[in-house]
Design a protein around this ligand. Structure first.
Ligand SMILES: [Zn+2]
Length: 368
C-alpha cells in the first residue's frame, strides 16, 4: 500500500535486469510527504523510445475479513487471480514485462530498432507528489525523451479490448463561501441569512457547462458538501459554504472555467450577496490524445488479438497520464476495471494472457 513498496520494485528490477534492461532506482522525497521508491528501466539507446508506465502501489484492502481470498497472497482460484492490485495495476505491469521479455527473446535480446522503457512509480494512488511527476523530470534531465507511452491502467469496461482511454477530463475543486449577518432566528429582518444566498448561487452554478465535445461527455459540476456548522436552533449563521468538484472537458481551461463560474455567480448575486470563491490548486488538466498513427497501431494490435475494435474513451477519474501527456502522446490500455479498489479485486487469468498478447503485438508493430 502507498507509500510502502513491499519489495515490488526490487522484484521488478531483478526481472528487468535479467531481460537486459538498464534499471535505475530512485527515491524521491519532499517535506511533508512520504519518500517514494521509483524505477526507470530502458533497453536500447536509439529513438523511437516506447515507454510503458504504471504504478506498483495499491489502495488499502479495507476490511480484510470481507475478502474471500487474502488481499496480498495472489491466490488463483476458479481461474481468477485475486489480490489488491491484480487489476489496478500490478497485473498490467506483469503483462507488459512478460510481453517485452518475450519480444526481446525472439529478437536476439534487443529491440529491432529504438528503445523500450518502463516508468514505474510507487505512488499513483495517494498524493502522487514523489512519483511519476518527478520520475519524468529525472529522465528528462538525463537528456532522454519518450516518443509514445502506454499506461497500463485498467481501461477496459467489460472485456479486454473494448476500450482505450485516449484522454482524461480535468478536475477542479472549489469552495463557495457566502457571508451574511448573524442574528436571532425570530428577527430575520435584523440578520442576513447566508443560506438563502448560498441556495441562489448553487442553483446558478449548477446550470450546464457545455454539451460535450468530439471526444468528451459534457462537463459536470457536482456539489459535494454544504456546510454551515450551526449547532444552535435559534441562530441565523454568519457564513455558509458549499464545496464542489468539476470534471471538465476540452472545451474549457481551468482559468476560463473559473471566470465562467465567477460570472454566473456575479449575475445571480445581482449585487445583493457577499460571496467568495476559494479555488484549490489542481494539477489535473484536461487532455486528449488525438487519433493518429499510434492510436491506430494500438487499436489494430488490440483487434488482431481480441477481435474487438476498441472504443476511444475519456471517462473516469484522473491518472498519471495527466503528467505523461506533457512529454509524449499517451494511451491507457490495461485490464478490465470492474473490481479495482473493491473487495476481492481479481482478474481472470485468461485476461492476463490476452493483455500480454496485446502488449506483445503493440511492441512488435511499433518496432516493425
Ligand atoms: Zn491505477
Amino acid at each position: 500500500m502507498t507509500p510502502e513498496d513491499g519489495g515490488a520494485l526490487a522484484y521488478l528490477q531483478g526481472v528487468l535486469a535479467k531481460a537486459g534492461f538498464a534499471v535505475h532506482r530512485m527515491t524521491f522525497a519532499e517535506p511533508g510527504t512520504a519518500p517514494i521508491e521509483n524505477l526507470y528501466a530502458r533497453i536500447g539507446t536509439e529513438k523511437p523510445n516506447l515507454v510503458f508506465a504504471g504504478h506498483t502501489d495499491v489502495v488499502p484492502p479495507g476490511d480484510e475479513a470481507a475478502w474471500h481470498h487474502p488481499p496480498f497472497a495472489g491466490e488463483i482460484a476458479g481461474e481468477r487471480l485475486y489480490g489488491r492490485g491484480a487489476v489496478d495495476m500490478k497485473g498490467g505491469i506483469a503483462c507488459f514485462v512478460a510481453a517485452a521479455a518475450d519480444y526481446l527473446a525472439a529478437n536476439g535480446g534487443k529491440p529491432k530498432r529504438g528503445s523500450i522503457s518502463l516508468l514505474i512509480t510507487g505512488d499513483e494512488e495517494s498524493v502522487a507528489v514523489n512519483g511519476t511527476v518527478k520520475l519524468l523530470q529525472w529522465v528528462a534531465e538525463r537528456g532522454e525523451t519518450f516518443d509514445h507511452c502506454i499506461l497500463g491502467e485498467p481501461s477496459n469496461v467489460e472485456t479486454p479490448g473494448d476500450t482505450i482511454k485516449a484522454g482524461r477530463r480535468g478536475s477542479l475543486n472549489g469552495t463557495l463561501i457566502v457571508t451574511g449577518r448573524q442574528g436571532h432566528v425570530a428577527y430575520p429582518d435584523r440578520a442576513d441569512n447566508p443560506i438563502r444566498g448560498l441556495v441562489t448561487l448553487i442553483a446558478a452554478l449548477q446550470a450546464p457547462l457545455d454539451d460535450g465535445s468530439a471526444q468528451f461527455a459534457p462537463s459536470n459540476l457536482e456539489f459535494t458538501s454544504i456546510d454551515v456548522g450551526n449547532p444552535t436552533v435559534n441562530l441565523i449563521p454568519a457564513e455558509a459554504r458549499a464545496r464542489f468538484n468539476i470534471r471538465y472537458n476540452d472545451r474549457h481551461t481551468q482559468a476560463a472555467l473559473k471566470t465562467l463560474l465567477e460570472q454566473r455567480a456575479r449575475a445571480a448575486a445581482a449585487g445583493r450577496l457577499h460571496y467568495a470563491f476559494d479555488w484549490q490548486p489542481s494539477n489535473a488538466d484536461v487532455f486528449v490524445t488525438k487519433p493518429g498513427p499510434f492510436t491506430e497501431l494500438a487499436a489494430a494490435a488490440i483487434a488482431e488479438v481480441t477481435g474487438l475494435k476498441p472504443k476511444l474513451s475519456t471517462t473516469g477519474g484522473t491518472s498519471d497520464a495527466r503528467f505523461i501527456k506533457d512529454y509524449c502522446p499517451v494511451l491507457e490500455f490495461g485490464l478490465v476495471g470492474q473490481t479495482m479498489h473493491s473487495v476481492d479485486e481479481c482478474t481472470p487469468v485468461a485476461d492476463l494472457v490476452t493483455l500480454t498478447a496485446v502488449y506483445r503485438r503493440i511492441i512488435e508493430k511499433y518496432f516493425a
